[in-house]
Ligand binder design. Structure first.
Ligand code: ADP
Length: 426
């Protein structure tokens, strides 16, 4: 029997068998049968012309048909339908045709199914990848929105807290004056306690404001000449009492580059060094040692702050420079700023990184891991550009962008900028 006759003979049982097997429910079955009729017509064309591309339009439609729910639940497989069609076609052909005709038909039809399968799998993959990318995009957008909300919340909260704090600060100072004049010494200690509390609170609020400035790229730097050695001496003086109280040793070595005049915001760089060094004190047990070293590299000076403390696990190293990287470890929160393991709100290192990066530098940590038996410690590295002029690297970068955006008329074909002398006669 000719192929065309065989195809016509099994058309009705084929559509019935497949829709019965693969479509559940009467309503779905009608729509599915229509699709099968369309598929079968194109299959006939492909068999008769020997051109498998006839099936491409329907395969394209099927491959791109899944709904959002199908994709979310991961349960849409046109490839599964085509796979089942192969075995059901074999079944229908052997039931309705002679052995010879069935074999003849299947020999032509099965390669067409194989082709269809590969096409559909590709379309399915493309649809899935597109769906996943769009979901990822939506999630990223939501995360960015959340981050923006968090950042503005911090900024608003910090500014709101600052006003009452200033009032409390003022009244406490007035009370301290009155107490001093009236000689009521019993209140002096109480007021000192209030002052310490206010001081801590102001520090936290200032940190919150710094974080929101850094987040919004609004940190302004006041570039002046500075010498690392001066900042380290200041640090030594300021932390001397704490180091003594904790019976620790602070070693500040001389190194090439510590006496070099560089440009930077000395207050901000001091703040960064202070944060890293107070952390070194905080996370090192009593009697431990903190060593500050450094070296001069081409274009940079490196400051290395090493401690003999509890160290930082690799997993934790990845988050400590992120805002609130420490949140959740309530066991590490304590009231003392330099007390052993007295964790704070987790803003010190993000601010430090913000300051260093705003200077065009970088900061990272090395540690063999958290170890409270051998205390192998942590080493923080800070790279600062040995800038010799008072320019903000972020502004320089912006100017760099303007340079690349210049219209063609301002550059000659060799790519060099036209200078006024180029245009003037020799
Ligand atoms: P915190 O206010 O909690 O000290 P930081 O941002 O300064 O916040 O530091 C984040 C976290 O990084 C700390 O809570 C601590 O777990 C870890 N850390 C920072 N410096 C050290 C160090 N020198 N040794 C061990 N852990 C450290």
């Amino acid at each position: 029997m000719a192929l065309q006759t065989s195809l016509q003979k099994i058309r009705t049982p084929w559509v019935e068998r497949i829709s019965r097997e693969l479509a559940s429910g009467e309503g779905v079955r009608v729509g599915f049968a229509e699709q099968l009729e369309r598929f079968y017509e194109l299959l006939e064309q492909a068999v008769m012309t020997g051109d498998i591309a006839w099936l491409d339009p329907i395969l394209y439609d099927w491959g791109h048909a899944p709904t959002e729910t199908n994709l979310d639940e991961g349960d849409y497989f046109v490839s599964f339908v085509i796979n089942r069609m192969v075995s059901l076609t074999i079944e229908v052909a052997s039931k309705n045709l002679s052995k010879k005709d069935a074999l003849e038909l299947l020999a032509v039809v099965i390669p067409i199914y194989t082709h269809s399968l590969s096409v559909v799998v590709r379309y399915e993959m493309e649809t899935r990848v597109a769906h996943i990318s769009s979901e990822l995009g939506k999630t990223q957008e939501k995360l960015q929105q959340l981050d923006r909300n968090k950042s503005s919340f911090i900024s608003v909260a910090a500014h709101e807290l600052k006003t009452p704090l200033t009032l409390i600060e003022g009244y406490t100072a007035m009370m301290a004056d009155t107490v001093e004049q009236s000689g009521q010494s019993q209140f002096e200690t109480l007021l000192k306690g209030v002052s310490t509390g206010i001081h801590r609170l102001r520090h936290i609020i200032d940190d919150m404001i710094d974080v929101s400035l850094i987040d919004n790229n609004l940190l302004t730097l006041n570039f002046q000449p500075l010498w690392i050695t001066h900042l380290l001496n200041l640090l030594k003086n300021e932390l001397g009492k704490t180091i003594h109280d904790r019976r620790q040793t602070l070693i500040i070595n001389k190194f090439e580059g510590d006496n070099l005049m560089i440009y930077g915001d000395s207050e901000r760089i001091y703040q960064a060094l202070y944060n890293v060094t107070t952390n070194a004190i905080k996370y090192t047990p009593d009697n431990g040692t903190i060593t500050i070293n450094g070296r001069l590299l081409p274009g940079f000076v490196e400051i290395i702050i090493a401690d003999s403390g509890i160290g930082i696990s690799a997993e934790h190293q990845a988050v400590i420079f992120e805002k609130f990287g420490q949140l959740g470890r309530t066991d590490l929160h304590s009231s003392g700023k330099t007390k052993f393991k007295g964790g704070g709100p987790g803003l010190g290192l993000p601010i430090t990184r913000g300051i260093i990066e705003a200077h065009g530098g970088t900061i990272w940590v090395e540690s063999e891991g958290h170890d409270e038996v051998e205390y192998k410690g942590s080493t923080f590295h800070i790279l600062l550009p040995t800038r010799t002029e008072a320019s903000d690297p972020r502004i320089a970068k912006l100017f760099g962008q303007f340079e690349t955006m210049k219209p063609e008329s301002e550059t000659d074909p060799s790519g060099k900028e036209k200078s006024p002398t180029n245009d003037s006669p020799a």
